[in-house]
Design a protein around this ligand. Structure first.
Ligand SMILES: Cc1cc2nc3c(=O)[nH]c(=O)nc-3n(C[C@H](O)[C@H](O)[C@H](O)COP(=O)(O)OP(=O)(O)OC[C@H]3O[C@@H](n4cnc5c(N)ncnc54)[C@H](O)[C@@H]3O)c2cc1C
Length: 195
């Protein structure tokens, strides 16, 4: 545990992100900080191992968030397309819109089943690193696809920040990066497959 009053600790610039504007992300530096022995949490040199033990849970929570975002995107797109009229016809009445929304709903349903299974495994203390990687990979990639398609159904307003779909689009993108990238998730799954 590092006391932030210690010499050498400094908060750097706040980083400007494309989404997740409600949470600050800043550079922290620890230059030659001397941490007293009594501030040691756990055992020396085990920090990375402790961090690793919580990664499946972190990846599960990112998958749950991605599922919730995708589910909200479908609700927003359905409401918007039912409301928006073009030459006397609602956007929702076009066959393409129905097919797009139906395909997105099917993906959201599959995500729901996946996160339910992940939560059950986690509750039982049985969620493995590979299970969590698979869940995060599937849900975050599927959510990106769903949100992109739902934004498309909004037309130009989908690109305008006052519509919640635009914020979802920006906020969702980091899910495929943080908590371990999709490429790292694929590596974990492949290793578990003996590849
Ligand atoms: C908003 C935000 C919040 C964050 N919050 C936290 C946090 O709270 N705690 C924390 O610890 N971290 C946090 N991170 C860091 C985040 O987990 C890392 O950015 C992420 O894991 C990717 O690491 P990197 O940025 O070093 O990318 P790099 O490792 O430099 O990766 C660059 C590219 O190379 C690819 N790549 C890397 N290795 C391989 C490989 N072996 N095979 C194939 N491709 C590969 C990656 O997939 C990626 O496409 C946060 C990041 C962001 C953007």
């Amino acid at each position: 545990m590092v006391d932030t009053a210690l010499d050498g600790y400094a908060v750097g610039r706040k980083l400007s992100k494309i989404g997740l504007k409600t949470s600050d992300t800043a550079e922290l530096s620890f230059t030659d900080v001397k941490v007293p022995v009594e501030d040691l949490l756990g055992e020396e040199n085990k920090g990375f191992s402790y961090l690793g033990q919580n990664l499946p849970q972190e990846r599960l929570s990112i998958a749950v968030g991605a599922y919730a975002q995708a589910s909200a995107a479908v609700r927003f797109a359905q409401a918007y397309t039912q409301d928006r009229n073009i030459f006397g016809k609602s956007v929702a009445s076009f066959q393409n819109t129905k097919f797009e929304l139906a395909a997105c709903k099917a993906k959201v349903d599959a995500m729901e089943s996946s996160v339910d299974r992940g939560l059950e495994l986690h509750d039982a203390g049985e969620l493995t690193a590979a299970d969590a990687a698979s869940l995060k990979l599937f849900c975050t990639e599927a959510a990106s696809d769903v949100i992109d398609r739902c934004l498309q159904l909004h037309g130009g307003y989908g690109y305008i920040n006052e519509y919640p779909i635009a914020r979802l689009y920006a906020d969702n993108r980091v899910n495929r990066i943080y908590g371990g990238t999709s490429e790292v998730m694929r590596s974990i799954i492949a290793k578990d497959m003996g590849l």
